[in-house]
Every structure is written in structure tokens, then in C-alpha cells.
Design a protein around this ligand. Sequence first.
Ligand SMILES: NC(=O)c1ccc[n+]([C@@H]2O[C@H](COP(=O)([O-])OP(=O)(O)OC[C@H]3O[C@@H](n4cnc5c(N)ncnc54)[C@H](O)[C@@H]3O)[C@@H](O)[C@H]2O)c1
Length: 327
Amino acid sequence: MLVVGGAGYIGSHAARLLRKEGFDVVIYDNLSTGYASLVHGFELVQGDIADSERLSGVMRRVTAVMHFAAHAYVGESVENPRKYFRNNVECGLLLLNAAIDAGVGHFISSSTCAVYGLPNTVPIPENTTRQPVNPYGVSKLFFEQALESYGRAYGLRFASLRYFNAAGADEGGETGECHIPETHLIPLALQAAAGTGDKLQIFGGDYATPDGTCIRDYIHVNDLAAAHVKALHYLIAGGSSVALNLGTGRGYSVLEVVRTVEEVVGKVVPKHVGPRRPGDPPALVADPSYAQKLFQWRATRSLHEIVSTAWNWMRHRETQVGLGSAS
Ligand SMILES: NC(=O)c1ccc[n+]([C@@H]2O[C@H](COP(=O)([O-])OP(=O)(O)OC[C@H]3O[C@@H](n4cnc5c(N)ncnc54)[C@H](O)[C@@H]3O)[C@@H](O)[C@H]2O)c1
């Protein structure tokens, strides 16, 4: 089993669960935003997905690939689309070609709710029109469509897993989120509460939502990892290619998340409510019923567990990755 981008946030959780489930795991990662220390004890091949020679050597040893390697900052993708199309599209295709050439039959790929853009219907089912509104979403939609074409032409069976907001950290404290710069709400709110980060900037308090702030569907990263393992078993058992939403089906507003952070940390989150950010939909919540039915899977961890595990990780991560702790 090749976990590409496995030294990053979501990939390092999936790699652990795969190993626990008895799969032989090889990690392939260029460590551009990942950390070797997060995959201590795993076989790590350091390389770029654009390095077809190195990749093909590893690819020949596996029958399935999980692909987490991408750039994933929406704002940066608007300012520097070239970087996103290069890594997520051009390099992504080289990875896909290497998989096909090596005879890999199963491919599981990280997609995102950003492929939907500004959907009219919430909760969002999978048959919602895909109309991304930023280059990051466009790059992910392209990759989904490349998989569809390769599936038709070469018989590759794949799962495009559209994550909503991945959050939280491994309950055992072995891995967690270390994005630099950090743009995700929960770590930013935790840092603000702990006094190790800036005051939390809230983008918009005048949306048509109950408290005026945006609503998102936060899913624990180990619930995501569990869905990946289910997807792998499903493909191995002969299941046909799918695109699935991975979320909880329950949305929380920014202020609800802030209150949960305050409960967990026991301190107030200093915050400032500023203007809306262009392109932010008021609410993005998954309809996860298809994945639940197909995989007999559901996200089980609560928002409180998400925030508690993220807080635990933030306080202890200095020892793991040398990043500042928050206590
Ligand atoms: N974090 C979220 O909330 C979220 C939501 C939706 C989708 N996603 C998608 O999930 C995937 C993983 O996201 P993450 O948050 O774990 O990000 P991350 O940056 O922590 O992990 C990405 C990993 O891929 C590696 N990588 C990047 N480009 C590479 C390349 N060219 N060659 C080899 N390795 C490369 C990085 O070093 C890193 O270890 C991404 O595809 C992202 O678009 C994330």
C-alpha cells in the first residue's frame, strides 16, 4: 500500500490506521509540507511525485495507492494558481500515469468540498453540480475528472473522497496538524486562546445563519482515516469507482467552534469579527448518507473530541515535530 503525501496531516493518520489494519505501508513524500517525524517507524521514500523514475520503482511494489500529496491553501491558489496547477494537476497526472504503468488497480484520492463551489442546496449530496470558484477547487475537480477518464480508458478503479473540514488529531498523540502558515479555524482559535497566536480573525458576522457566522462541517481526521480504509476494502472487494462526501452531516458556526475551544482550553478566545472573505459560502455541510450506506461507516467523533484532541496535540507537538507547543 503506497501512501503518497503520507507524512502530512491527513496522510499520517491514514497510514497509522492502515498499519493497524494489517496493511504493509510505504510512504512517499517530498516533505514540502510534511514531516518525517510524523511517520517515524514507517518506510519513508523521500521523493517528489514529479520524479517518475523514483516513483515507478516504488509503485511496482504495491497494488493500491492513496494520494494525499497536494497544495491545499485556497487563498494562495488565487494568488499563485501556477503553483497549484503544477503540483495538483501536472504532477498529479505524473503520479496517475506511474500508477497505471505499474499496473496499480486501486487508487484513493483526496478531493474536497471545494469542487462544489457555492452550492444552492445544503446539506450537499454528491450529485450537486461541481463548479469550483477558486484555482484550488479547479485543480481538484480536474484530478477527479482525470480519474474518471483513466477509469473508463484503463480500468483503474478509484474513490474520490471529498472531505469537508478535516480537524482534530490522533487520540494517541502521535500525529496531528502542523500547517505553516496555519489557516484552519480550530488551531487558530486554540493558539489565540493559549496566547501563542494572534487574536482570532472571524470573516463575516452578517451571514444569514443563526449567529451570523459561517457554518462548516468539521470531521475528525481519524474518522476520515477510517473512511479511507473502508474505501480500500470496498475497491479490493471489487467495488466500482465512486465519488463520496466525507463529513458528519452536522454543521457548526464559527462562534460555536469558538465556544467549544473556550470550554476545552478554559480560556477566552480573543477575537475580532471583520468583513466577509470573498468566495466564502455561508454554509457547507455534507450529505454523507451515500458513504454511510456504501461503507457502513459514519463519523463518530464529536466537535468536543475534535477540539480536545487538537488541543492535546498542540500542547505536545514540540516534542514530535519541533514546532512550538501551546501550553
Ligand atoms: N486539511 C483539510 O481540511 C482538507 C480538506 C479537503 C481536502 N484536503 C486534501 O487532503 C490532502 C491532504 O491534506 P493535508 O491537510 O494532510 O495537507 P498536508 O500539507 O499536511 O499534506 C500533504 C503532504 O503531501 C506532500 N506533498 C505535497 N506535494 C508533494 C509532491 N509534489 N510530491 C511528494 N509529496 C508531496 C507534503 O510534503 C505533505 O506531507 C490534500 O490533497 C488536500 O487538498 C484537505
